[in-house]
Write a protein that binds this ligand. Structure first.
Ligand code: ZN
Length: 161
């Protein structure tokens, strides 16, 4: 049975099991004062437990869906993935255009190799700002050089170390 928690300061809904909510509150607590989070979180409205990890900017509540391998990993790492996926949502809104009354965002502006690199750079900034261990940062730098995360289907995507 899912529970729900509204993170008052941040106005973010957290939906999932108790353990998930606790892990997410801890992760937000760790990054909430970082520049990376403050810049990237503006469109993020919901963080929700799922089987895999991906951002869904469309709909009333832009959501970061989070799989267990991600939220059960180290709290610093989990926190950095919130910045990463919030960044995809920011890109989605920043590159939204309106044509004949229809709002849309061309997919390569918010997902694909280049957006992936942008999101990973913001994630790296978050890791820097919370003094995360070097191995986490080098793990990420390897992926910035050779991004592959965007090629994994949504249903299988997770952030593992
Ligand atoms: Zn990504």
């Amino acid at each position: 049975m899912d529970s729900e928690w509204i993170c008052q300061d941040e106005d973010i809904r957290i939906v999932g099991c108790k353990e998930f909510i606790e892990a997410t509150i801890n992760a937000i607590e760790l990054i909430r004062l970082t520049y990376a989070f403050i810049e990237m979180r503006k469109h993020l409205k919901c963080i929700r437990q799922s089987n895999s990890s991906y951002a869904e900017p469309r709909g009333k509540q832009p959501t970061y869906w989070v799989g267990e391998p991600t939220w059960k990993s180290d709290v610093s790492w989990y926190a950095s993935t919130i910045v990463h996926d919030a960044c995809h949502i920011v890109l989605y809104y920043e590159y939204q255009v309106c044509l004949l009354g229809v709002r849309f965002t061309l997919p390569w502006y918010w997902k694909g190799a280049t957006p992936e690199r942008i999101c990973m750079l913001w994630q790296l900034t978050a890791l820097e700002q919370i003094n995360a261990p070097d191995y986490m940062k080098s793990h990420l730098v390897m992926q910035i050089v050779h991004p592959y995360h965007h090629r994994i289907p949504f249903k299988d995507a997770n952030w593992t170390l």
